[in-house]
Structure formats: C-alpha cells, structure tokens
Design a protein around this ligand. Structure first.
Ligand code: PLP
Length: 446
C-alpha cells in the first residue's frame, strides 16, 4: 500500500496517543516501516537515528533476532496461559527469578502486569492494602511530584503530576498530593544545586506534616524524572528524602519504568542512588519494548505482609506474566547480561556521552546540557547569560524537535527541554553522529 493511502486511512480511523487529533488530520503521519540497530526507516526512504529508543524502551536496539526467536518458540510451545489461582508457566517463573537476582537484595518478589501504567495501578492497590493489613488504614495519602509521569490510566495519571492530564481527566483518585520536583535549572537557580535538593526534600516533610504524619502511606518518584524532562536531582536530594521517609515510616515507591534496565548505568536507578524501595514498578526496557510487559518488584517488607497476612489479593490482569512477553523479556535480560550492556553504559558509553553532550552547552541556544548514563537533556534559553526562557507561545522546543526529525534524528521536547535516551547498544561513532545532528538542529533553530 502506498504511503499516501496509509496516511489517508490513518487520518480516517486512527486516534493516536498524546496527539491533537485534528492537527494530525492536517499534517498526516510519518510512517515508520522498519528498523535496525539504532535507526528507524520511514516510507519515504529516510533513515533516522532513534535518539529516544522508541519511547525510552528499545534498550537493545532494533532487529535482535534472538528476541524474535524467543517469541516464536514460545508462541509454538504455549502462546497463552494465565497465572491466576494456582497455575503458572515456565517463562513467568524464570523471569521472576531473574528479576529478583538483578534487583536490590531486599527485593525477592514480582507481580506482573502488561504495562507501566498497570504497574502503578498495582502499586496503589498494594500500598493501601499493606497499611490496612498493618492496622493503619488511616495511612492513605500518597505523595508524588509535580510534572511526574506515572502512566495514563486513571490511577497512573492521578499519581503523575502532569497538569494538562489532570485538567482533562475528570475526578482524580483522591488522597494523592504533589510536591515540587528537584528541577534545579527550571526552578531552583536562586540556590546552589545542593541547597535546592535539600529544599525539595524539606517540601516533602512539610507536606507530610500538613497531611498529618500518621496519614501518609507512600512517596512515589522516578530516580531521574524522565518524561518530565530528564531531570537529574541534585546529589543532596535522595539522601535527604530517604531520611524524611524513614522518620515518618512512609513507604518508598521508585518508578523504574524508564530508569530500570541499564538506562542510568545500573540495572536499576535505585542502585545508582543507593535507594531501598519497597515497591518498584517496571516496564519498557524489561523487554526492550519488543512485547508489552510490566510488573512491580516488591520488597520483603511489603511482600511478607501481603503473603502472610493478606489472604487473596483481588487484583490481576489477563496478561499478567503473558508467556510470550515473559519469554522475550527473559531473553532480553540474558542478552544484556551476556553482552555486559549495563556495564558498557556505566563505564564507557555513559561517560562518553557525558563528554560529547557537554560540548553542546557552548551553543548560544543552550542554557544547560546534562546527562546521566544514556539519558540526556538540553535546556533551550532565549538569553544564555541569564538563562532566561523563551515565551512559551513560541514553542521553540517543538520547532527544534521537528527540525531534528526532518534531518534524521529523533529527539523529544518537553517544553523547551530537549531529551535523548538512545538504545543502550549505540556505539561511540553513533553518539558522535547524534551529537552532530543535534548541533545542526540547534543551529537551524537559532
Ligand atoms: N512510569 C513511567 C516513569 C513512565 O515513563 C511511563 C511511560 O512512559 C509509565 C510509568 C507508564 O508506562 P506505560 O506507558 O507502559 O503504561
């Protein structure tokens, strides 16, 4: 079928996620037809460097035949069975074991879901169930952060702190409260990064006292806020947050949907920041995005209570631990281990990107260039000396994103913050190419 015909059908019938449906109708979609390594190809014959690994998920890159074979073999063997009641199947069991080997030592259980959003729905259920079982049902409030993204279901969207989603979402899940994010460049430059990190932790404590110190169940955050703008917190932030949570006996939920599986140069972002989460939602890189699968890694404290005292947990999904998805995820993790992908990000590619990416800070349009592991951001500014921003109506970030795309690089924009999170299998040469394409796009945007 010709691309114009596909575009017409797309316009006629297909409602895209996070898209202005009408604008899509006017412009038509770019049709991605195939991909290999770190490159996607479109129907017009263009090759584009995927600086976002799809949606932060294709960690092993495109075209891995081992994953195709794992899926095919499992489809032949057992395409579907569920894990409800007292049944299970080998891929789910083996994947559970592997995940618990890779997770921090106090994490020994996993509950499977089909996505990151479902994982965060599961988190909400588990947190509230845990405190009810502990005889503290008044512990209901969950503290999250402004501008956080934790999914698109009603629970995920309520846990998240995206104002435009809340505005369109109708009544939110009650008793979720949002505090400021540790976004130094955007909100904290009147202090040193270290002082600002502590200020943000103090804001959590202040909110706990406001809500009532016996009423707060959990704090949820990503190690590095991803979709919010690749926001690496100041070094003082997480140690101070840990202290506050311990003081009031509040569960820590670390959303690893983006940061998990090597993005920050450790198997989990929690390991980079030395966190001991009670619950860790996961998805995306778990299967390198080849098939949809997510889950919640459950620390011993919560797991023991749910197991010993909980009785039946009335929660689960038809596709919890789907055998084909689980087989692909398991193979994905085995390949990552065999190829030393995570160590490669930590010891080689992450430091290399950091050095190359930092060179973009010299560009007149860039107020800050930051990266950790294989996640990076550029802050676009109107006035380099003061760090003054553009008028929001100019949508400079979107312009830069579109220029990138047209010239062969996928880079995402969150307002005027440009983001990259390429496949973890990118080479040094491809990092050079990515940085050169980003520089050209900045020149053209300026
Ligand atoms: N949590 C985080 C941190 C995410 O970035 C996302 C998706 O981008 C989700 C949860 C939701 O995952 P999914 O889109 O698989 O439902």
């Amino acid at each position: 079928m010709h691309s114009q015909d596909l575009q017409a059908l797309d316009r006629a019938h297909h409602l895209h996620p996070f898209t202005d449906f009408k604008a899509l109708g006017e412009e038509g979609s770019r049709i991605v037809t195939h991909a290999e390594g770190v490159y996607i190809h479109d129907s017009e014959g263009n090759r584009i460097l995927d600086g976002m690994a799809g949606l932060w998920c294709v960690n092993l890159g495109y075209g891995r035949q081992e994953l195709v074979e794992a899926a095919t073999a499992q489809l032949r063997e057992l395409p579907y069975y569920n894990n409800f009641f007292k049944t299970t199947h080998p891929p789910a069991v083996k994947l559970a074991e592997k995940l618990c080997q890779l997770a921090p030592a106090h994490v020994n259980h996993v509950f499977f879901t089909g996505s990151g959003s479902e994982a965060n729905d599961t988190v909400l259920r588990m947190v509230r169930r845990y405190w009810a079982l502990k005889g503290k049902p008044e512990k209901q409030w969950i503290i999250s952060r402004e501008n956080a993204y934790h999914g698109s279901t009603v629970a995920g969207m309520s846990l998240g702190g995206m104002a435009p989603m809340h505005a369109q979402g109708g009544p939110l899940v009650p008793e979720i409260s949002h505090v400021r994010q540790p976004y130094w460049f955007g909100e904290g430059r009147d202090q040193s990064p270290e002082a600002f990190g502590r200020t943000c932790a103090e804001a959590i404590e202040a909110r706990i006292l406001e809500l009532g110190e016996d009423n707060v169940a959990a704090f949820i955050a990503e190690p590095v806020q991803g979709a919010g703008g690749a926001i690496m917190p100041p070094a003082s932030y997480w140690p101070a947050v840990k202290e506050v949570l311990a003081k009031y006996d509040i569960l820590l939920v670390v959303d690893e949907v983006i940061c998990g599986f090597g993005r920050l140069g450790e198997w989990f972002g929690s390991l980079h920041y030395d966190l001991e989460p009670d619950l860790m939602p996961i998805a995306k890189g778990l299967s390198s995005g080849y098939l949809p699968i997510g889950g919640v890694l459950v620390g011993d404290r919560v797991a023991e209570t749910l197991i010993e005292e909980g009785g039946e947990f009335f929660h689960g999904f038809t596709y919890s631990g789907h055998p084909v998805c689980a087989a692909v995820a398991l193979k994905n993790l085995e390949i990552m281990q065999a190829e030393g992908v995570v160590e490669g990000v930590r010891d080689d590619l992450g430091p290399y990107l950091a050095e190359r990416w930092a060179s973009l800070a010299e560009h007149p349009l860039v107020g800050e260039a930051r990266s950790l592991g294989l996640m990076g951001a550029l802050e676009l500014v109107a006035d380099k000396a003061s760090g003054g921003r553009f008028d929001k109506r100019l949508a400079v970030g979107n312009l830069c994103r579109d220029i990138c795309f047209a010239s062969g690089l996928v880079m995402r924009s969150v307002g005027d913050t440009m983001i990259i999170a390429p496949p973890l299998t990118i080479t040094r040469e491809q990092i050079d190419e990515l940085v050169a394409l980003a520089r050209d796009a900045l020149d053209e945007t300026a």
